[in-house]
Design a protein around this ligand. Structure first.
Ligand code: NAP
Length: 528
C-alpha cells in the first residue's frame, strides 16, 4: 500500500495542490516522515460534501443486511492491512506496537459490532400504536415510529486513538451503520495512518458496490477545512474527540448555522477518583499501585486518565501519596503523541505548580524530547475550591490530589465539579454511608460511575456510556463508545395512517425483518 498524500473524494485519490502541503512528524525524534500531504481546498470540501449528499439518498435506504456486510468488509480490509498500518502508526504517534495492534483489533471489533447491531434491528426502536377507529370522543390514528439516518456526517479524527477514534473509528462506524455517509477531517498528527485506513474503506466500498460518496478523507487545517465542513449545508451532524478549545469552536459553528446541526464532541475530562477512609486504610497500597498504572498508561493520553484524586488528609493519605510517589519515580518516560501535546503538557504543569497552595509530591524521571514526565501534585480542598483553573484537564500523566478535612468538604468538592466522563469511588466496609452520599452527588457530574476501579479501560459493549455533562461531552444525552453511539446519527420519524406500501420494512404489519417492536405497549417480534 503506497501513500499518495491526496484526499479520497468520490472514490478517487485527488488533490488540487493549491493549498500547500505538510508532513507528519515522528514524535520520537521530531523528524519529518516521508510523503507530503496536500491540504484540501474549498473546492475539494465542496466536491466531497456534494458526493456525500448524493450517496446519502442510496446509502441510507440500503437493506440493513447490505450495510452490515459493508461494515464487515471494512473490518476485513483493515485486518488484512495490519502489517502496513501498524508501522506507519507507530512512526506517526510514538505509540508502541502492541498497543496499536490492540487498537486495530478494537477498531475492527467496533465495525463488526455495528454490523451485528444492524442485523439485530432493535436500534430502530420501533413503536407501533395501532388505530382505534371506534375510540370516543375521537378515533385514534395508526401511529408508527422508527429511526432514520440524519444525513452526511463530518468526523474529526482524534490524535490519541489514531485507529479506534479516527478514520474508521467509533464515530465513523456508528455513522455508517446509521446510514450516514462520512467525511473524515484527518488529524494532522497521523495523515499516513489515515490514508492507509481510508484505502481499506475505499476497497470495501468497491467490493460491496457502495455509492462512491459513502466515505471521504480530507487533509488540512481544522480552522479552515474543518470549519468549512461543519458549516456546509450538506453536512447534518459532526463527531469529534479532542480539546475543549477546538471542540467548543466547532460546536459554536454548528449552532450558528442557519440550520443548527447536532455536534457530538468528546472534550476534556479529569475523571475524579474518590478514596474513602476505610478503603484508604485497608487497601491504600494496592490502590496506589493501580492508580499510578492508570495515570501513566499510554503517557496519560487517555480521555479517561485519572487527573484528580480526592482523599482526606491524615496518616493514611500520607502513606498513599508516598507509595504513589515512589511508584511514579520508577516509571519509564513515554513519548507523547505530538511535540505540541508534549509542550502543552509541560506548560499546564508549570502553570499548576505556581497556583496558590499547590505542592509537587512526585516527579517521574526527567523526560527528554517529547517524553512525558509524570507529575503528582497536591492542594488543600480550600485552595482548590478557590481556584477554578485547577479543574482544567492537563492531558498526560499529571494528577492533582485534593486533600480534604472532612466528609462535608469532600462532598463540596464533588458538588463543585463540572462534567467529567467518569468518576471512581474506592470504598470498603465502613464507607457505606459516605459512598451513598457521594455517589448521589457525583452521578450528576459524570457519564460512568466506577466502583473500586479506574476508568482507563472503556469496554465497547451495549451498556457502555462514554459521555457526560459538558465539557466531557457537548451532548449530554449521547455516548461515543458502545452500541448506543448509533443513536447520535439517527432521528425519529413517525408515520401516521400510512398505507402499508409506503411503510419501511421495520414498520410493516408482517414484520419481514423479524425485529423486536413495541406494539401497543408489548414487546414482540411477531407480525401484527
Ligand atoms: P485538538 O487541538 O482539539 O484538535 C483536534 C482536531 O480539531 C484536529 O483535527 C484539529 O485540526 C481540529 N481543530 C483544532 N482547532 C480547531 C478550530 N479552532 N476549529 C476547527 N477545528 C479545529 O486536539 P489535539 O491536537 O489532538 O490535541 C491537543 C489537545 O487536545 C491535547 O493537548 C489535549 O489537551 C486535548 N485532547 C484531549 C483528548 C481527550 O480525549 N480528552 C483527546 C485528544 C486531545 P488541526 O489538524 O488543524 O490541528
Amino acid at each position: 500500500m503506497d501513500l499518495t498524500g491526496k484526499h479520497l473524494i468520490k472514490g478517487r485519490w485527488q488533490a488540487s495542490g493549491r493549498e500547500g502541503t505538510f508532513q507528519a512528524v515522528d514524535p520520537a525524534n521530531n523528524e519529518s516522515l516521508p510523503t507530503e500531504f496536500f491540504n484540501a481546498s474549498l473546492d475539494e470540501v465542496e466536491l466531497a460534501a456534494q458526493a456525500a449528499a448524493t450517496a446519502f439518498a442510496t446509502f441510507s435506504h440500503l437493506p440493513l443486511e447490505e450495510r452490515a456486510g459493508f461494515l464487515d468488509e471494512c473490518a476485513s480490509q483493515l485486518d488484512a492491512a495490519i502489517e502496513q498500518i501498524v508501522p506507519r502508526a507507530m512512526a506517526e504517534t510514538g505509540l508502541p506496537e502492541l498497543r496499536l495492534r490492540g487498537e486495530l483489533g478494537r477498531t475492527t471489533g467496533q465495525l463488526r459490532q455495528f454490523s451485528a447491531v444492524l442485523r439485530r434491528g432493535d436500534w430502530k426502536r420501533v413503536v407501533i400504536d395501532t388505530a382505534q377507529p371506534e375510540r370516543q370522543p375521537v378515533p385514534k390514528p395508526d401511529i408508527r415510529l422508527t429511526q432514520i439516518a440524519l444525513g452526511p456526517v463530518v468526523v474529526f479524527g482524534a490524535s490519541n486513538f489514531p485507529l479506534a477514534f479516527s478514520v474508521a473509528g467509533g464515530d465513523t462506524a456508528s455513522a455508517l451503520a446509521a446510514g450516514c455517509p462520512v467525511i473524515v477531517k484527518g488529524h494532522e498528527a497521523h495523515p499516513g495512518t489515515s490514508e492507509l485506513v481510508a484505502q481499506c474503506l475505499q476497497k470495501a466500498i468497491e467490493t460491496c458496490k457502495m455509492p462512491e460518496g459513502t466515505f471521504a478523507l480530507l487533509h488540512g487545517p481544522g480552522r479552515t477545512i474543518g470549519a468549512q465542513l461543519i458549516q456546509h449545508p450538506a453536512i447534518k451532524a459532526g463527531g469529534f474527540t479532542g480539546s475543549i478549545a477546538a471542540g467548543r469552536a466547532l460546536l459554536d459553528l454548528a449552532n450558528q448555522r442557519p440550520d443548527p446541526i447536532p455536534f457530538f464532541g468528546e472534550l476534556g475530562s479529569s475523571n475524579p477518583i474518590f478514596l474513602l477512609d476505610s478503603a484508604l486504610s485497608q487497601k491504600g497500597s494496592e490502590i496506589a499501585q493501580g492508580f499510578v498504572g492508570a495515570m501513566t498508561l499510554g503517557a496519560g493520553q487517555f480521555c479517561t486518565n485519572p487527573g484528580i484524586l480526592v482523599l482526606k488528609e491524615g496518616k493514611d493519605s500520607e502513606a498513599f501519596l508516598s507509595e504513589a510517589a515512589k511508584a511514579i519515580g520508577e516509571q519509564q518516560g513515554q513519548c507523547m503523541l505530538t511535540p505540541a501535546i508534549a509542550a502543552s503538557f509541560v506548560k499546564g504543569n508549570e502553570k499548576r505548580q505556581t497556583a496558590k497552595g499547590v505542592s509537587v509530591k512526585a516527579f517521574g524521571p526527567q523526560g527528554q524530547g517529547n517524553l512525558a514526565q509524570p507529575v503528582l501534585m497536591a492542594v488543600s480542598a480550600q485552595d482548590y475550591l478557590a481556584d477554578a483553573d485547577l479543574q482544567e484537564e492537563i492531558f498526560g500523566p499529571s494528577t492533582l490530589a485534593i486533600l480534604c478535612d472532612n466528609d462535608e468538604q469532600m462532598l463540596a468538592i464533588a458538588a463543585s465539579f463540572h462534567g467529567h466522563l467518569t468518576s471512581s469511588l474506592f470504598a470498603s466496609n465502613g464507607d457505606e454511608e459516605m459512598s451513598a452520599r457521594l455517589s448521589s452527588v457525583i452521578q450528576q457530574k459524570v457519564g460512568r460511575l466506577i466502583f473500586n476501579g479506574f476508568g482507563t479501560g472503556v469496554e465497547v459493549c451495549a451498556g457502555m456510556s462514554h459521555g457526560g455533562p459538558y465539557p466531557s461531552s457537548t451532548h449530554v444525552q449521547s455516548t461515543s463508545v458502545g452500541e448506543r453511539a448509533i443513536d447520535r446519527f439517527v432521528r425519529p420519524l413517525c408515520y401516521q395512517n400510512s398505507p402499508q406500501a409506503l411503510l419501511p420494512l421495520e414498520l410493516k404489519d408482517d414484520n419481514p425483518l423479524g425485529i423486536p417492536r413495541l406494539v401497543n405497549g408489548v414487546w414482540t417480534s411477531e407480525p401484527l
